[in-house]
Design a protein around this ligand. Structure first.
Ligand code: PPE
Length: 304
C-alpha cells in the first residue's frame, strides 16, 4: 500500500504515519467497528466519489443496529471524505471510513469507551485483478455458511462480519481459487467474501434477495438500476448452488471489485466463457462511475 499525505482521524487531518491507536483499543479485541468502502474515480471534471451519501447512510444504519453512538453527523463524514481526497491530491482512490470503540475499558461491553472515527484513502487497483475483470475469476463454494441475521446482521458492515469472510477467502485461496462464494445456512447462494453475486440465465439477471442475508451493496443497487434502464430483466430471487453451475454467466459486484465475471465454480466452467450481459453491464457501470453518462451523474460527488 502506497501511503498518502494525510488521514482524517477523529475530526482532524493528521499525517499518514501519525494515525495510530493503542493495542488495547477495544475494537481490536472485540470487532466493534463499522466501516465503509467507497471509490473515488477520475472523470473529465476531476475526481468524483461514487454514491457517497448511500455509503454514509449505510454506516449510520450499522451504527444504529450496534447501539454505537457516533460523535459525528452524516454531513461531517461526507465532508471528511470529500476534503480527504482533495487534501491528498489523488485523481482516483479507495476511501475507507471506519468508526470504532477506542481505548478505555476492556470487556465485551463497548459502550463505556469513546467512539472514534477515521477516514483514510489510498490508490487501490482491481480487487480481483485486471485480468479477472477481463477474463473472469475462478471460485469455490465455501464450506463456511454466510453469517445469518440472527447471528451477526450481514447488512451492518461490522468488522466482526469479516471473520466469516476471512475464513471463506483464505480457504478458497488455499484450494487454488480466486474467491469464495458463501451459501446461507439454508443452502441458498448469499454472496462472495466481499462482493454481491449475480446470475444470468437466458438473458435474465437474478441476484439473491436482501432478506437472504447479504450486505445491501451500493454496487448491487446500481447494477439493478443500470440493467433495468437498459432493457435487461432483473429479479431479486434466491437460488441454489446447482443454479450457480448451470448459469450462462455469473458475476460479482462491489466497490472494490467493480463488476468481475466468474468463469469457473468448483471446477465447472460457467456458460461458454463469453459474458455478453456481464460485459454490457460492466461497461455501463464503468462509464457511469467515470462520469461518462449524464443520466448517472447524480451518483457522483465531484471533489473539486
Ligand atoms: N458483500 C460484502 C460481504 C462486501 O464486503 C461488499 C463490499 C459487498 C457485498 C459489496 O458492497 P458495495 O461495495 O456496497 O457494492 N466489500 C468492500 C470491502 C472489500 C475489502 O476487502 O475491504 C468493498 O468492496 O469495498
Amino acid at each position: 500500500m502506497q501511503p498518502t499525505k494525510t488521514i482524517w482521524f477523529d475530526g482532524k487531518f493528521v499525517p499518514w504515519d501519525d494515525a495510530k491507536i493503542h493495542v488495547l483499543t477495544h475494537a481490536l479485541h472485540y470487532g466493534y467497528s463499522i466501516f465503509e468502502g467507497i471509490r473515488c474515480n477520475d472523470t473529465a471534471d476531476g475526481p468524483a466519489i461514487f454514491r457517497l451519501r448511500e455509503h454514509v447512510d449505510r454506516l449510520f444504519d450499522g451504527a444504529k443496529v450496534y447501539r454505537m453512538n457516533l460523535p459525528y453527523t452524516k454531513e461531517q463524514l461526507v465532508s471528511a471524505c470529500m476534503d480527504l481526497v482533495k487534501e491528498n491530491g489523488l485523481q482516483a482512490c479507495y476511501v475507507r471510513p471506519i468508526v470504532f470503540s477506542s481505548f478505555g475499558e476492556m470487556g465485551v461491553n463497548p459502550l463505556k469507551n469513546k467512539v472514534i472515527g477515521a477516514v483514510a484513502c489510498w490508490e487501490w487497483g482491481a480487487y480481483l485483478g485486471e485480468e479477472g475483470m477481463e477474463k473472469g475469476i475462478r471460485c469455490g463454494v465455501s464450506s463456511w455458511a454466510r453469517i445469518d441475521s440472527r447471528i451477526l446482521p450481514p447488512q451492518a458492515k461490522c468488522s466482526a462480519n469479516y471473520a466469516n469472510s476471512i475464513l471463506a477467502k483464505t480457504d478458497a485461496l488455499a484450494a487454488g481459487y480466486d474467491e469464495a462464494i458463501l451459501l446461507t445456512l439454508d443452502g441458498h447462494v448469499a454472496e462472495g467474501s466481499g462482493e454481491n453475486i449475480f446470475r444470468v440465465r437466458n438473458g435474465v439477471v437474478y441476484t439473491p434477495t436482501m432478506q437472504s442475508g447479504i450486505l445491501g451493496g451500493v454496487t448491487r443497487a446500481s447494477v439493478i438500476q443500470i440493467a433495468r434502464d437498459n432493457g435487461i430483466e432483473v429479479h431479486e430471487r434466491d437460488f441454489t448452488k446447482d443454479e450457480l453451475y448451470t448459469a450462462d454467466e455469473l458475476f460479482f459486484s462491489g466497490t472494490a471489485a467493480n463488476i468481475t465475471p466468474i468463469r469457473e465454480v468448483d471446477g465447472r466452467m460457467i456458460g461458454d466463457g463469453k459474458y455478453p450481459v456481464t460485459k454490457k453491464i460492466q461497461k455501463i457501470y464503468l462509464d457511469a462511475i467515470h462520469g461518462r453518462i449524464d443520466k448517472y451523474k447524480p451518483w457522483l460527488s465531484y471533489v473539486r
